[in-house]
Design a binder for this molecule. Structure first.
Ligand code: ARG
Length: 457
């Protein structure tokens, strides 16, 4: 029997019913639904819209349902959606009084409220998981600050960088993700309850009272908007998509850096996979999967944007499509962040290979040009002189730091003996002591700054 059966002369056909239902996925909202109903029932009693004792009976019944679901003794099933399930079960348990719970309320403001409660917790969980990841990256940055690795542009060796600076770069991205989830939480923490179906309610409800009980910062200001606003879902999915984008870049680096061709990092065996045919293979399936799962978050974001687009005010059943995309995106995000935190704790570094590569590919050529420019040569000319030196090295099969002073001076008499030191990868990285740069000091300051900003969340 449907909550709305009264108007109909025959029950819904089985295929229509199964197409229409949302219980199979919105049962995840059971706690949020009962929490919101508890507050609503308390408010109805307090405002004398229903008698106090009835409000208490309803709340006792709801609390029983909650603890039975949590303990596993009550199985959720056999209803159109979670709201119907809870209400029907309440009526079964406490009789007709249960039917008063839905006074001054509609499933439209109910589902919007439940979902915001759920999404609020989900933001908190996302923040806590991303924080764990950043804390891990910070530890790796601290420990590897002294190691050099090549920094790349266009995936070609560009300049030597500190490994710590590399990890700090990802912490910066994930800090922005934290900020996005925090902003999303702040924007969604507005209570639709009290908007009823769309036009508000004629009962003397106290929305401030319910708001306080449910921990919302504000109450919604327009009932038409409140029941049909799913911006928070799009907001969350965007935050999740960008976090996944950042994660997938880290995945890509992991896949490259652990390849034989790069050989900078190792993934321990416990986090690697093999091939069913090629016995020698050790594959980076986990980073590849995380990279691949990024597509889910993007797809879900596109899906909710499309659901919202062009919908007439106010509630439309299309909104039922807001949940599965959200649930899958959060599951994807949580599992990916968690596995990557574990993985990042375990990767080991091939310090020598990274160091060797940090100096190859004429990665300190900019330092040669800077050296000349600091001695007064216009940078553009210094760039050209250094270009010639690089060409000379290629022809002679030499590196910049194996050149003699005479070889340098053949191109410019501004070179003195200190160029031989300035052109080493270590000196190159150390010279970059500007904020956010690659010197040991700059990386350590970066770590401190990240830790400080992390405390805000
Ligand atoms: N299952 C529905 C949803 O998720 C609940 C709201 C139903 N409201 C309605 N007017 N049919 O959106």
């Amino acid at each position: 029997m449907k909550l709305w059966q009264g108007r109909f002369s025959s029950p819904m056909s089985a295929d229509a019913d199964s197409f229409n239902e949302s219980l199979s996925f919105d049962q995840k909202l059971y706690r949020a639904d009962i929490t919101a109903s508890l507050a609503h029932a308390e408010m109805l009693g307090k405002c004398n819209i229903i008698p106090q004792e009835e409000s208490e009976t309803i709340r006792n019944g709801l609390n029983e349902i909650l603890s039975e679901i949590e303990s596993g003794s009550l199985e959720i099933g056999n209803a159109e959606d979670i709201h119907s399930f809870v209400e029907e079960n309440l009526v079964k348990r406490i009789g007709s009084v249960g039917k008063k719970l839905h006074t001054a309320r509609s499933r439209n403001d109910q589902v919007a409220t439940d979902f915001r409660l759920y999404a609020r917790e989900s933001c908190d969980k996302a923040i806590s998981l991303v924080k764990d990841l950043i804390e891990t990256l910070v530890l790796r940055a601290k420990e590897s600050a002294k190691y050099l690795m090549p920094g790349f542009t266009h995936l070609r060796k560009a300049q030597p960088v500190s490994c710590g600076q590399y990890f700090n770069a990802y912490s910066e991205m994930f800090l922005r993700d934290l900020d996005r989830f925090a902003a999303c939480r702040r924007r969604l923490n507005v209570m639709p309850l009290g908007s009823a179906a769309l036009a508000g309610t004629s009962y003397p409800i106290d929305r401030e009272f319910t708001r306080e009980l449910l921990g919302f910062d504000e109450i919604s200001e327009n009932s038409l908007d409140a029941v049909s606003d799913r911006d928070f879902v799009a907001d969350y999915l965007f935050a999740a998509s960008l976090a996944m984008a950042h994660l997938s870049r880290l995945c890509e680096d992991t896949i490259l850096y652990t390849s034989e061709e790069f050989g900078y990092w190792n993934i321990p065996d416990e986090y690697s996979t093999g091939s069913s045919i090629m016995p020698q293979k050790k594959n980076p399936d986990l980073p590849e999967l995380v990279r691949g799962k990024t597509g889910r978050a993007y797809g879900h974001l596109m899906s909710i944007l499309t659901v919202i687009k062009g919908l007439p005010l106010a509630y439309n059943k299309d909104f039922q499509e807001d949940k599965e995309c959200f649930f899958d995106a959060e599951k994807t995000l949580f599992s990916c962040v968690a596995i990557y935190t574990a993985l990042m704790k375990k990767i080991t570094f091939n310090v020598n290979k990274m160091f060797e590569d940090a100096g190859s590919g004429f990665s300190t050529a900019t330092d040669v040009a800077d050296y000349l420019a600091k001695k007064g040569m216009p940078f553009r000319d210094a760039h050209a002189v250094t270009g010639k030196l690089v060409r000379y090295c290629i022809e002679q099969n030499k590196t910049l730091f194996s050149l003699t002073l005479d070889e340098f001076r053949a191109e410019s008499d501004l070179f003195d003996a200190d160029i031989l030191q300035a052109v080493t990868p270590r000196a190159s990285a150390e010279a970059r002591n500007s904020v956010g740069g690659s010197s040991l000091g700059a990386v350590r300051r970066g770590v401190n700054s990240i830790r400080k900003r992390l405390k805000k969340f």
